[in-house]
Design a protein around this ligand. Structure first.
Ligand code: 6GU
Length: 267
């Protein structure tokens, strides 16, 4: 896969030299290129922004500079038939999800355009959209100063799904099937006693069936506590009697084929 990241702070992306993404680059699984947007300016001050038409606070990134950068970076290399997909990190984008990461991992060429200030002139997405797929994505409901941190998140989430990047593919399989739609259960390692705190005895028992049940119970409890939206989205067909018992204790039940909580939810 090829990924290009364009930013006025290319040094921000140096984290992509490290760890699993860095290794994927060195082994040739990933062709990742970071560019300085100012390389496409042509004035003495290397200007990338200007005041917003219609007034208001802050600055907007100029379409001519971004257009020149993206036209060059997204142009298919000779003999490279893959259609580049432009990703624009912005708090007003569609929420970036694991499903989106899985889809993007199937693309041949991703380009991330990191905006700063109040964002990029809207004509850029329109211009690029005439020739390429364009997706504006948000990594969550909070505001960052620019798209760089979000680009790091998107690249890491996508690259770890590429074949050969994660050392033990069983980790990926476990993530996707392990407990579909639930948060992970708590994990422990040695020593079995630390600062007066014990590892739950069942995990030392060697009884695989009891361990699996305990983990599933903890995952259900955690999800009900922290992410009730995920519990409500569970497919009842994926729940066994023990699951339903745990959920009932927490005030959830299946009503009209849906997992729901509240007065008529308690059995
Ligand atoms: Cl993608 N960009 C910025 N600037 N802020 C964000 C974001 C992205 N996602 C959440 N907040």
């Amino acid at each position: 896969m090829r990924i290009d990241v364009v930013s006025i702070f290319p040094a921000y992306l140096q984290a992509l030299d490290l760890s699993l993404v860095g290794k994927a680059r060195r082994t040739g699984l990933l062709d990742l290129r970071v560019h300085d947007l100012r390389d496409w300016t042509d004035d003495r001050h290397r200007t990338v922004d200007d005041t917003p038409f219609g007034g208001g606070a802050g600055m907007v990134m100029r379409p001519d500079v971004w257009g020149a950068a993206l036209d060059e970076v997204m142009r298919p290399a000779p003999g490279e038939p893959v259609d580049a997909h432009l990703l624009v990190p912005t708090p007003s984008g569609r929420t970036f999800t694991q499903r989106m990461a899985e889809e993007l991992a199937g693309d041949g060429h991703l380009v991330l355009a990191c905006g700063r200030y109040e964002g990029i002139d809207a004509r850029v997405a329109e211009h690029v959209g005439a020739r390429h797929r364009v997706s504006e994505v948000s990594i969550g409901d909070y505001v960052l100063n620019g798209g760089e941190a979000a680009a790091l998140v998107v690249v890491e989430a996508v690259v770890r799904l590429l074949p050969g990047v994660v050392g033990n593919p069983a980790s990926l399989v476990e993530e996707s099937h392990g407990a579909a739609g639930l948060l992970e259960y708590p994990v422990y390692t040695k020593p079995p006693t630390w600062e007066g705190l014990e590892v739950p005895e069942v995990l030392l028992s060697g009884h695989h069936g009891r361990v699996e049940r305990w983990r599933r119970d903890r995952a259900l409890e955690r999800t009900a506590e922290r992410r009730p939206d995920l519990v409500a989205a569970l497919d009842p067909a994926t729940l066994d009697r023990a699951d339903l018992a745990v959920l009932a204790r927490l005030g959830w039940s299946v009503v009209d084929g849906r997992v729901s909580r509240g007065p008529d939810a308690v059995a």
